[in-house]
Ligand binder design. Structure first.
Ligand SMILES: Nc1nc2c(c(=O)[nH]1)N[C@H]1C(S)=C(S)[C@@H](COP(=O)(O)OP(=O)(O)OC[C@H]3O[C@@H](n4cnc5c(=O)[nH]c(N)nc54)[C@H](O)[C@@H]3O)O[C@H]1N2
Ligand SMILES: Nc1nc2c(c(=O)[nH]1)N[C@H]1C(S)=C(S)[C@@H](COP(=O)(O)OP(=O)(O)OC[C@H]3O[C@@H](n4cnc5c(=O)[nH]c(N)nc54)[C@H](O)[C@@H]3O)O[C@H]1N2
Ligand code: SF4
Ligand SMILES: [Mo]
Length: 892
């Protein structure tokens, strides 16, 4: 069915992935497809998008969507489902008190959703048991900001990254996780090559490849590094005495705590004296310095101390709030900042007000006209699920997050949720590892279908706008919460007709009795009409009423949000080394890959994005691998207590010996045993409650495989019965990696089970077998089209994955050509692009290598020859790597 031309408008919206918050132009086409491009007028990206943003159109199909409410697995009406939710929450509160219920929400909610959830829990149910996945993400930054500034304020702007002469990236893989911001830095450095970049990361990431200095720090050595830096800055005489005297307090205690010399820093960080000296001198000599940090800082037992160790160095040099300088916590999720503004954390109130302050509590309560107001912090994420496990929580509502995969002790969390008397899950999908355990599932509208606002890492509020109709009976999250609140008896306070009315209320509360006393003030939006809200352009807060836009930055002239308006130096001391190098265990680091998002519920739908990394892996150093008998592309077992993960070995010198890196993304629907959080214990930072997700302790051993397999199939294969498997989307269907501990003689029976869906069809099957080598191949054709192909071998299967996957989409009229499938490689004209590097144009490593060898010797030249790297640019560092490697080969 063709769409009417009037439905084919271009809508300005904001990307639903990372905290860069790029502006997007989305256009529905007459055939129903969606065209996505960067919004050239948006100040976050000026038209740029990364590979995930570019591929958004591929994640919007309705496959797997939850389209009606469900109660105990059966479809229900909204009335039935919502009444049950209200009834069960009210009953739990009446019987066991307000602390017996909880909400667990997400930085992927819109500010309006977040605000309603928080208002209901803190003001009307009367408990602060609402926490968010931002606890896993930003809590240490929030705690560090509040300790130093008295408020959770990000002082700087993105522009500072372009104006800086030195950028220090600490625990941030910016090239993959915030690609557009990274591209802005790369462009600034190209224009001003004297700009320096230092990367502090135990792994040699793609981000580290382009740095002037990579400090491969020992895990959690950051506090020692920045304490040593503070001492160095003092000794080098570069402290800003005037700023310190006028705007701060507590420097002496901080200096006393940080009193360590370079030798101690070296022993606590594993860095050489030369590396430390280079970094310290550069920092001391460069006024325009931005220190940008992310999960390598936050997700740690000493995350908050890391944040304050960094902030101390900026306060001491007065490098804060001025162009090109400042500490910069880069946020992960699209609305991590908005969630903090709405008060989504269990220890915050709405609009950056404090739960501990009587005056703030009564202000909010009066404003809400609420019957109660929570007066003590609620349970933080990890504790919250512990309370679910031990039966204290009787009713739980999970919204826009997948804790069964993303929290530490993930199997414990799964068991806790399964044992909870009443669980509600609001999600886009019918089946997630979490939704499986819900008594009530509520279908939410997703990106492109919902309206509201998000705040990016530089405090810029932008609109997300709907451009698609809500599918089935899906409804916005704010509506669901508002309805339940009304059914619980709070009609007037939750009678919101639209998101604009909620946004106005946020704005009004932010301005209430404020007059500069609090950082977050968007009072200018309090009287906004629906029409204004529709047209709202991206803006940075603060935006108080009747005041001309002021400085976009905070704290250049002090004005902190503490009682005496001075910043506090926080005395932090390095904790010393906790593990001996002789430990038989590996330190388990975890994080992200370029083209997947979190638990893959959205990016897993895109063939283009899945091509970059199609399988979960463990990065391991070559020395460790050879010591343990782990060979390239074999399967390894990573073990912690009773928990095991099975992953593909990726042997690389990017990793140091004694350490592993495993991506966080693979959930139970895409791989047999790759939920890495099942192996990570629920150890937390004592100040922020943020779990130390980058520091598991594991053993690793080879997984004995009898038969390795690879398959492509137009229908989803059924890998049940395989001892290891990982599924990924590909153009035209699915690709499957698998392994069996034992060989099998009944290959055809195995194939029939694997391709169950195709088994009923009349197919023509070609076969090849070499019994001795256990080399078996099958390819089945439906008419002229390849329906599935199966490759088995005693060794890891050496078949070009991408080429095989591409064949699903092609016609095979000539019988001869069908044997190519069995051969597993292109013949003659067939091209094998190698592992995909550029997702936008599907260009692989082999293509790029070949182009370098025929004379394209720079990233730009590769772009001219193959288009690779010329769209979103996310892969430019990887292209550079191939260019460098080929150039070395050429020189040898
Ligand atoms: N492609 C992609 N992009 C994303 C996301 C995604 O899922 N996929 N998620 C978004 C979200 S929510 C977030 S929070 C951000 C996260 O963005 P990042 O924080 O940049 O990403 P991570 O890969 O989690 O971790 C960053 C680095 O910390 C390093 N690290 C580990 N331990 C230490 C340590 O002790 N010290 C130091 N200095 N470094 C250490 C790791 O080796 C890793 O390279 O990304 C956002 N962007
Ligand atoms: N080991 C390890 N674990 C980690 C991390 C790590 O680095 N290492 N990082 C942590 C961090 S920083 C983060 S942010 C978390 C992320 O972890 P999660 O938040 O658990 O991951 P997502 O896959 O983003 O889950 C979002 C869910 O919400 C659904 N959804 C999407 N849009 C909407 C919507 O509009 N409404 C509703 N109701 N649902 C929606 C999706 O289908 C999906 O099921 O993971 C954390 N876990
Ligand atoms: S950098 Fe990429 S993922 Fe992040 S907001 Fe921009 S387009 Fe989206
Ligand atoms: Mo995050």
């Amino acid at each position: 069915m063709k769409l009417a031309p009037s439905d084919c408008r271009t809508v300005k919206t904001t990307c639903p992935y990372c905290g860069v918050g790029c502006g997007i132009l989305a256009r529905r086409n007459e055939e129903g497809t969606v065209t996505i491009s960067g919004d050239p007028t948006h100040p976050a990206n000026f038209g740029r998008l990364c590979s995930k943003g570019v591929a958004l159109g591929e994640t919007l199909d309705l496959e797997g969507r939850l389209l009606t409410p469900e109660v105990n697995g059966a479809s229900a009406t909204w009335d039935e489902a919502l009444s049950l939710v209200a009834e069960r929450f009210s009953a739990a509160v009446a019987e066991h008190g307000p602390e017996s219920v909880a909400f667990y929400v997400s930085g992927q909610l819109l500010t309006e959703d977040y605000y309603v959830a928080n208002k209901l829990m803190k003001g009307f149910i009367g408990s602060a048991n609402i926490d968010t996945n931002s606890r896993l993400c930003m809590a240490s930054s929030v705690a560090g900001h509040r300790r130093a500034f008295g408020s959770d304020t990000v002082p700087g702007c993105y522009e500072d990254l372009e104006l800086a002469d030195l950028i220090v990236l600490v625990g941030s893989n910016l090239a993959w996780c915030h690609p557009v911001l990274y591209q802005r830095i790369v462009a600034a450095k190209a224009a001003r090559p004297e700009m320096k970049i230092v990367v502090v990361d135990p792994r040699r990431t793609v981000t580290a490849d382009t740095a002037d200095l990579h400090l491969a720090i020992d895990p959690d050595g950051d506090v020692a590094l920045f304490c040593g830096l503070l001492s160095h800055l003092k000794n080098a005489g570069v402290l800003d005495e005037a700023y310190i005297a006028n705007h701060t307090e507590g420097l002496d205690a901080a200096l006393a705590a940080a009193d360590i010399g370079p030798e101690q820093v070296a022993s606590q960080t594993g860095l050489t004296l030369d590396e430390i000296e280079r970094f310290y001198s550069l920092f001391a000599a460069t006024e325009k310095t931005v220190t940008l940090y992310s999960q390598g800082v936050n997700q740690s037992v000493c995350g908050t101390d890391k944040v304050n160790a960094i902030i101390n160095c900026h306060l001491a040099t007065g490098r804060i709030g001025r162009p090109g300088m400042g500490p910069f916590s880069i946020t992960g999720q699209p609305n991590a900042m908005g969630g903090r503004e709405a008060g989504g954390l269990a220890n915050m109130l709405a609009c950056h007000m404090d739960l501990e302050r009587d005056d703030h509590r009564s202000l909010v309560r009066d404003f809400w006209q609420s019957p109660v107001i929570a007066d003590r912090a609620g349970l933080k994420a990890v504790e919250l699920f512990q309370a679910v496990a031990d039966g204290r929580i009787k009713a739980l509502w999970i919204m826009a997050t997948n804790p069964v995969d993303s929290l530490p002790d993930a199997d414990g969390v799964q068991a806790a949720i399964a044992s909870c008397p009443f669980v509600v899950v609001s999600d886009l999908l019918a089946e997630t590892d979490t939704a499986r355990h819900a008594h009530v599932k509520l279908p939410s509208t997703g990106w492109g279908e919902k309206d509201g606002t998000v705040t990016n890492s530089e405090r810029r509020i932008s609109r997300q706008r709907a451009f698609l109709p809500a599918p089935g009976e899906a409804k916005p999250d704010w509506w669901q919460m508002g309805q339940v609140a009304q059914l619980m008896g709070h009609h007037e306070a939750f009678d919101y007709p639209d998101p604009a009315s909620i946004f106005r209320e946020v704005a009004a509360l932010s301005a209430q009795d404020n007059a500069g006393a609090r950082d977050f003030d968007i009072g200018d939006c309090a009287d906004m009409t629906l029409h204004d809200y529709e047209r709202l352009e991206p803006f940075q807060w603060p935006r108080p009423k009747d005041t001309a836009p002021g400085d976009a930055r905070f704290f250049a002239k002090g004005g902190f949000f503490t009682a005496n308006r001075k910043a506090r130096f926080v005395p932090v001391a390095p904790a010393g080394r906790e593990i001996s190098e002789a430990s038989p265990q590996f330190r388990l680091n975890s994080g992200r890959v370029r083209d997947h998002w979190h638990t893959m519920t959205r990016t897993g739908k895109s063939a283009r994005l899945s091509a970059h990394t199609a399988e979960p892996f463990a990065e391991i150093h070559p020395d460790d691998a050879s010591r343990l008998g782990i060979t390239e592309a074999s399967i390894v077992e990573v073990i912690s207590g009773d928990h095991k993960a099975r992953l593909r070995a990726l042997i690389t010198r990017r990793q140091k010996a004694g350490r592993l890196f495993v991506p966080m993304h693979w959930n139970g629907l895409f791989a047999s045993a790759a939920r890495i959080n099942a192996l990570i214990p629920p150890v937390m930072d004592p100040h922020s409650g943020q779990p130390a997700l980058k520091s598991g302790r594991v053993a690793i051993r080879p997984f004995k495989v009898g038969l390795f397999g690879f398959a492509v199939s137009s229908n989803k294969p059924d890998p049940n019965g395989c001892d290891y498997w990982a599924l990924a989307r590909c153009k035209g269907g699915w690709r499957l990696e698998f392994a069996l501990t034992r060989t099998t003689d009944d290959i055809d029976g195995f194939a029939a089970r694997l391709f169950r869906e195709a088994a009923a069809q009349q197919l023509e099957t070609l076969a090849y077998s070499d019994r001795e080598k256990h080399d078996e191949r099958r390819a089945s054709f439906d008419g002229s089209r390849l329906l599935n192909a199966l490759y088995l071998s005693a060794e890891p299967v050496a078949v070009s994955r991408l080429w095989a996957a591409e064949q699903l989409d092609k016609g095979y009229d000539l019988r001869q050509s069908r044997y190519r499938i069995i051969a597993g490689r292109p013949l003659g004209d067939g091209r094998d692009p190698g592992a995909i590097v550029c997702s936008c144009f599907g260009v692989g490593a082999k293509d790029i290598g070949a182009a370098v060898r025929s004379g394209s010797s720079s990233v730009d030249a590769i772009g001219r020859a193959l288009k690779a790297g010329t769209n979103c640019g996310s892969c430019r560092s990887e292209i550079q790597e191939i260019v460098d490697a080929e150039s070395v080969v050429a020189a040898e």
